[in-house]
Design a protein around this ligand. Structure first.
Ligand code: DGT
Ligand code: CA
Ligand code: CA
Length: 577
């Protein structure tokens, strides 16, 4: 069983315990284990072999035993016994917001409903509202959640969702008097995929703003509409929720709907211990019942004795402890970056010339740009052979004499062949400023071979960066089988930098891997993998993901000025020889 299968079992157990009416404490223990396991950058099996399962946050003796049983047998007696106490399919009903344990039991026992499809049919034909004391309003509400769950199932990559959200925000600003319009939810936290878009704003007259929102050209269907909020579906089946409040309550609203749910739960528990009740409206002091509203999130967090927590860190991991200690990291920002370390030009499969790419990079405020076209074995990408690479190096020298505002670094994206050897001889690689190495073929090798293959590239003193280390394509291609823990440790030891590839369909390394690598002292490098001048703007996706991995400017090669970068790459080479 892999990590997500184990997590799934514990999620089911938590739901079943809820049905059973068990204590919140016990239910939370399983929920916490689910979150921890989902965020693990290493396999549970590996941790079991190393005897380290108990080091995972939220895993105590009881859950450890269950993990061991699942890993060994693929089954869990406790889970099977628990399941047999309830009608089949009832757990799926609990996934619908608005369906609690009591309702789920009644839907199951009184109407014989065992799946979401059956639930939808029973609402539509009126059987659900006919249940004693349930009523039409609740049934409608469940249907609304059920339908929005369906659109949410196909999560959109952030590379698609963010531009769509921006388009809608611009349109709404043009057509209404909305102010402080900001995304919340997973989009603001910069998750790599987005279930639905949540927008928050303030206005003197909320109702006219809502009216304008539901009339936007992008809206295909209005799911719900009230005086201060509305939900719509746009093309590509994307749901967009908008909420509008008064200016002085904006901080509380934004905080609540930015989430994550787990972050808010942990925050609420902290509030309870301080005699405070948190809500989307503000913070209520329980002793006197007084509600305080917050115009800014900073005020909200400060009231709880916390530093402001950047949205990208609000995942219910360690961020609240760190904010309480006042040791929040100063996360990297786009403006910290002095260059892009991975771009292609029309010398291989890129669209634009070296000069056009350099000018575009200069316009973004960069000091340097590493041109890293493909190497010869990548025939379909018009990879460079030795002769053309040398011609390109001369061309770059000529351009550097002519251009004042930007320094072009000569580089290559050299292919790591199936046996781990590189596509160019070491002498040639040694003449380049920046060498990035990457896998593009034989993607289905077994884990031990694949890991050895990448290790061989890591040990090569001429390589500076391993590009898109796991080769995954979001929603299209699974990551290659790599033992990342071994890779990270080797990279930390040799000073090899690993790339955070900023292409929105790659985002590779991904957030939890970045977190682990950085924690182990691995140097990281942002590269857009741009194949045209437009793609240089993908840097913001890499920055967002790096922030989710708790990266500060100092963790990224790109924050160094050119001279320092080149010197540093040279030093690392000596270390590996
Ligand atoms: P998504 O849309 O699946 O990509 O993920 P989110 O995080 O955007 O989730 P969404 O749209 O369902 O809700 C937005 C935020 O609203 C969520 O991150 C936290 C807050 N929220 C929603 N439901 C609950 C809840 O039941 N309890 C708490 N504490 N917060 C909630
Ligand atoms: Ca959302
Ligand atoms: Ca939402």
């Amino acid at each position: 069983m892999n990590n997500s299968e184990v997590a799934r079992v514990f999620q089911d157990i938590a739901d079943l315990l809820e049905l059973k009416g068990e204590t919140l404490f016990k239910i939370r223990a399983y929920q916490k284990a689910v979150r921890s396991i989902e965020q693990l950058p290493v396999g549970l099996e590996q941790l079991r072999q190393e005897g380290k399962l108990r080091q995972i946050p939220g895993i105590g003796e009881a859950i450890e035993k269950k993990i061991v049983e699942l890993l060994a047998t693929g089954r869990l007696k406790y889970y099977e016994d628990l399941r047999s106490e309830f009608p089949a399919g009832i757990v799926s009903l609990l996934q619908v917001p608005g369906v609690g344990p009591k309702t789920a039991m009644r839907l199951s026992t009184e109407l014989g409903i065992g799946s979401l499809e059956e639930l939808e049919a029973a609402i539509v034909d009126g059987r659900v509202e006919g249940l004693y004391r349930l009523g039409e309003k609740t049934a409608e509400n469940i249907l609304h959640h059920l339908r929005s769950m369906r659109t949410k199932e196909q999560r959109l990559p952030i590379g698609t969702a963010l531009p769509l959200a921006e388009e809608i925000m611009i349109a709404l600003q043009e057509r209404s008097q909305i102010r402080h319009l900001t995304p919340a939810g997973s989009l603001r936290r910069f998750r790599e995929t987005i279930g639905d878009i949540d927008l928050m704003g303030t206005a003197d007259d909320a109702e006219t703003v809502i009216e304008a929102f539901t009339k936007l050209a992008q809206v295909r269907e209005v799911l719900a509409k009230g005086s201060t909020k509305a939900s719509v579906v746009t093309h590509r089946d994307l749901q967009v929720d908008l909420r509008v409040v008064e200016h002085d309550a904006f901080g509380s609203l934004l905080q609540y709907f930015t989430g994550s749910k787990q972050h808010n739960i942990t925050l609420r528990e902290r509030g309870q211990r301080q005699g405070l009740k948190l809500s989307e409206y503000g913070i209520t002091t329980l002793q006197n019942g007084r509600l305080e509203t917050y115009a800014t999130e900073e005020g909200f967090y400060n009231r709880l004795g916390l530093q402001l927590i950047p949205p990208e860190l609000r995942e219910g991991q360690h961020e609240i402890e760190r904010a309480a200690e006042h040791s929040m990291p100063q996360l990297v920002e786009l403006s910290d970056l002095k260059g892009d370390l991975h771009v292609h030009t029309d010398w291989s499969d890129g669209h634009d010339s070296i000069e056009a790419m350099a000018m575009a990079a200069s316009n973004l405020g960069y000091q340097y740009l590493a041109v890293t076209d493909h190497s010869r074995s990548l025939g379909i990408a018009h990879g460079l052979n030795e002769e053309r690479l040398r011609a390109q190096m001369s061309e770059i020298r000529r351009l550097n004499e002519r251009l004042n505002n930007i320094q072009i670094l000569s580089g290559i994206e050299v292919d790591i062949r199936a046996d781990g050897s590189l596509d160019f001889p070491d002498e040639l690689l040694g003449e380049l400023d920046v060498v990035i190495a990457a896998i593009h073929s034989s993607l289905s090798q077994r884990q031990d071979r694949m890991t050895q293959r990448v290790l061989r590239a890591i040990e090569n003193p001429n390589v500076d960066i391993i590009a898109h280390p796991t080769c995954r394509l979001l929603g299209q291609r699974e990551p290659i089988a790599l033992d990342l823990e071994i890779i990270f440790r080797a990279a930390a030891q040799t000073g090899m930098a690993l790339e955070i590839n900023c292409m929105p369909d790659r985002l590779d390394l991904r957030d939890i891997h970045i977190f682990r690598a950085r924690d182990l002292g691995v140097r990281l490098a942002l590269g857009t993998d741009a194949h045209s001048t437009e793609h240089l703007k993908y840097m913001r996706f890499g920055v967002g993901i790096a922030r989710r991995g708790w990266c500060e400017a100092k963790h990224l090669l790109n924050s160094m000025p050119a001279e320092e970068l080149l010197a540093s790459l040279g030093q690392q080479e000596n270390k590996r020889i």
